[in-house]
Design a protein around this ligand. Structure first.
Ligand code: PSZ
Length: 282
């Protein structure tokens, strides 16, 4: 079953209005939350980002973060989900189509779960990335429903048999089509600063914590296409990709063409956090 507003219902009972502003304008925000062994991972961080995204588009959330937390956990248990994701979106609501905010409408919340295994082969072997121009707007810090540039970038990657498209603005690497991108150079990890050019990934922030625990130097510092291509290691992060290595960019082999030691260390400690969730009661 799915969650619609604060009610659970079967998916085929859900009615989405043709004039829902999410449908017509992409006027809304969303989150994807990982479930490991039936337990949400970094749920509070995701819900707090949802609140920030909503505020950034001048939309108020229909429920408190605590209420959302409880409803989403109920959604997971109702569906007996063990390993997968929650997709949660909130649109500005339904009204006769006008560009400006309609008055007196209520946000529309929908959420559902999907089974999803961890991408173990991708994490172990890494894959190829392509470089693409970042053609997005200047508020990439908002997790909004408007994803057309991301869709086009990822499609280009798939057509080139790559697992991610790495975007650049005038030669400066920003982030992936649906991930944050890191390089390792002489033992230091670099990633683009969390400003309006990127989404501040929850996994990205978790990697900062992990690097701290490992005593690995990490810096929020933008780097160029050339620095990417000559990096010792490249990896990208997202809720579903976790820490995934990139071993080829366009036709350039990165390092020795295998996942590097810093990437592997981060994956191992990440793994321990996931394993610890299995010990949690639920
Ligand atoms: O299943 C998938 O393919 C997912 S789940 C989350 C994402 C993809 N992407 C999130 C994302 C993003 O869309 C952009 C543009 N930048 C960074 C990220 C990583 O964010 P977190 O770590 O919060 O998932």
């Amino acid at each position: 079953m799915i969650l619609y507003q604060d009610r659970f219902m079967e998916r085929d009972e859900l009615h989405i209005d043709v004039e829902d502003r999410g449908y017509q304008f992409g006027d809304g925000v969303y989150e994807v939350i990982r479930i490991y062994n039936g337990v949400p991972f970094l749920m509070t961080e995701h819900l707090e980002r949802l609140e920030r995204s909503a505020k950034a588009i001048k939309m108020s959330l229909p429920y408190s973060l605590h209420e959302l937390d409880l409803k989403l956990k109920e959604l997971v248990s109702n569906n007996q989900l063990i390993d997968g994701i929650i997709y949660l979106q909130i649109t500005r609501g339904v009204a006769p189509r006008i560009h400006q905010f309609p008055q007196g409408i209520e946000p529309v919340l929908t959420a559902y779960v999907r089974e999803l295994p961890r991408p173990l082969a991708q994490m172990a072997n890494g894959g190829k990335a392509i470089l693409v121009e970042d053609i997005r707007w200047l508020r990439c810090d908002i997790k909004s429903l408007n994803l057309l540039p991301n869709v086009l970038a990822k499609q280009e990657a798939v057509e080139a048999k790559a697992i991610e498209a790495i975007q650049h603005r005038n030669g400066t690497i920003t982030e992936g089509s649906a991930s944050n991108v890191f390089i390792v150079k002489k033992g230091t990890i670099y990633t683009h600063p969390a400003n309006h050019y990127i989404l501040n990934g929850i996994t990205r922030q978790f990697v900062f914590q992990l690097a701290g625990e490992l005593g690995l130097p990490i810096a929020e510092k933008a780097y160029t296409k050339e620095e990417l291509l000559t990096a010792d290691e490249i990896f990208f992060t997202s809720t579903t990709a976790e820490v995934s290595p990139i071993v080829t960019v366009d036709d350039q082999i990165i390092g020795n063409g295998k996942p590097g030691p810093v990437t592997i260390q981060l994956q191992k400690i990440y793994d321990r956090y996931v394993a610890d969730l299995s010990l949690e009661k639920h």
